[in-house]
Design a binder for this molecule. Structure first.
Ligand SMILES: Nc1ncnc2c1ncn2[C@@H]1O[C@H](COP(=O)(O)OP(=O)(O)OP(=O)(O)O)[C@@H](O)[C@H]1O
Ligand SMILES: [Mg+2]
Length: 420
């Protein structure tokens, strides 16, 4: 099996990072997509000064260097939402978010083909267990939209596999004996779980349905942790939770828009500016609202979200960190302790853990029968999340794979199995 290069690739289009895997004997499975790196951050920057379009790290760098233009990130979060056909203003033009997604996925395909030295018209795309929680029709619509986009950029044959199953097939290639494994894939947008029976012998089978005991997922990922931390620690400095002249709490919609990666561009629209003026007039703490005005004026919502994301990542390894906002507002910043982070994300962590408990019930598997938890996805670096999941499976050994590459590599295995 798999003794010639596969004709198909595996595409892990992620909320934060994307990878493409291609199974070839004697070569690395993950293709290099940007400057020798195997991940392409799922970001697009339209440079209005130069009329150019940039992707990945290059897109982030252009935005941070202060070029005039528009950054979009977390585009995957738009799949299954009504915003997918909404328009956003990009470098003086009106573009539907759907077209932005098409631009990004087309680029992902081109880069993969350049790295592999061959065209791909066949692919297995990963998908979260649920694009949309509790709404099967919207979930199906999200998959259909992704399939339409994939066809539009030239994939003639394509199919889907759950992202955690992709990770399972990657992990299975390292196994010497059978294990019952919980795959925990906590990405930027979703937390996805699969309970699977894996072994070197089972890996040879073409039909794996009996080995896949249960799947579960929830629309919570690293970007939700960013938002929660942003709303708890940064936005209050800009007036969230402050008082109006009547002593009421200021409306919060604009703050939520600015703290959510995929809706940040909407906060720069004319309608949002009208909202801002309204809350400014109501506010009893205009010094804070002046900071908010500066953030919007400088189109710095992504910059702030990035500072918060960095603080979150720092808090995964340290007890405290400083959120330094001096670059935009001289002298402004705040210390964040791990306890603040845990308090801000407690509800999210509980909901993710609940998803795992429900999955075990659904699979009719006692918690102590699980041999291994395989953590993947950048969000699995959050210690309180990992601890709560591990506590549900007392006998399981926790291990982790390539946090950003396991899924793309596993989808490549699936692509070779399905398409040869
Ligand atoms: N050390 C870390 N600790 C905590 N979070 C981290 C760490 N490193 C990265 N992250 C977070 O991981 C997330 C990205 O993970 P990943 O690339 O696996 O997501 P994705 O595959 O793009 O998303 P999804 O699978 O949900 O569509 C981001 O929210 C990032 O902030
Ligand atoms: Mg992922």
């Amino acid at each position: 099996m798999f003794d010639a290069p596969s004709r198909a690739c595996g595409v892990d289009f992620g909320t934060s990072n994307s990878t493409v895997g291609h199974l070839r004997p004697g070569a690395e499975t993950l293709l290099t997509l940007e400057g020798g790196r195997q991940t392409l951050p799922s970001a697009v920057f339209f440079n209005a000064d130069e009329g150019s379009t940039h992707f990945g790290r290059d897109a982030m760098a252009q935005y941070l260097e202060g070029y005039e233009g528009r950054l979009v990130r977390a585009l995957k979060s738009l799949l299954g939402s009504s915003l997918i056909d909404a328009m956003t203003e990009v470098a003086g033009r009106s573009l539907a978010f759907r077209e932005l997604l098409t631009t990004f996925i087309g680029e992902l395909k081109r880069r993969a083909e350049t790295a592999a030295g061959r065209p791909f018209d066949c692919a297995v795309f990963g998908r979260p267990v649920f694009f949309v929680d509790g709404k099967p029709e919207a979930d199906k619509q999200a998959e259909n939209t992704l399939a339409e986009i994939a066809r539009a950029v030239g994939f003639r044959e394509l199919s889907f596999q759950f992202e955690p199953i992709g990770a399972a097939f990657h992990y299975e290639r390292s196994l010497q004996r059978e294990e019952l494994v919980l795959i925990a894939d906590i990405g930027g947008g979703t937390a996805d779980f699969s309970l699977v029976r894996l072994s070197p012998e089972r890996a040879q089978r073409s039909e794996r349905r009996d080995d896949l005991l249960a799947n579960g997922g929830v629309h919570i990922g690293g970007t939700d942790f960013d938002r929660a931390l942003n709303l708890a620690c940064a936005m209050p400095l800009l007036g969230l939770g402050s008082r109006t002249l009547n002593g009421a709490i200021l409306p919060s919609q604009l703050y939520y828009q600015l703290a959510t990666w995929h809706t940040i561009p909407l906060a720069y629209s004319r309608a949002a500016w009208t909202d801002f003026q309204q809350i400014y007039r109501m506010s009893a703490e205009r010094d804070k609202l002046d900071r908010l005005s500066r953030l919007i004026d400088q189109r710095a919502g992504h910059w702030l979200a990035l500072q918060v994301e960095e603080a979150k990542i720092a808090l995964s390894g340290a007890a405290t960190t400083r959120l330094d906002l001096g670059e935009l507002w001289a002298g402004l910043g705040t210390e964040i302790g791990h306890a603040d982070f845990a308090a801000a994300t407690d509800e999210l962590v509980t909901r993710v853990a609940q998803t795992v408990s429900e999955l075990l019930v659904q699979a009719c598997v006692p918690a102590d029968a699980v041999d291994t938890i395989f953590f993947t996805g950048g969000g699995s670096g959050v210690p309180q999340l990992r601890a709560q999941i591990a506590a549900l499976l007392p006998e399981a050994r926790a291990c982790e794979g390539d946090l950003f590459g396991s899924i793309g590599a596993g989808l490549a295995v699936e692509a070779a199995r399905r398409y040869g």
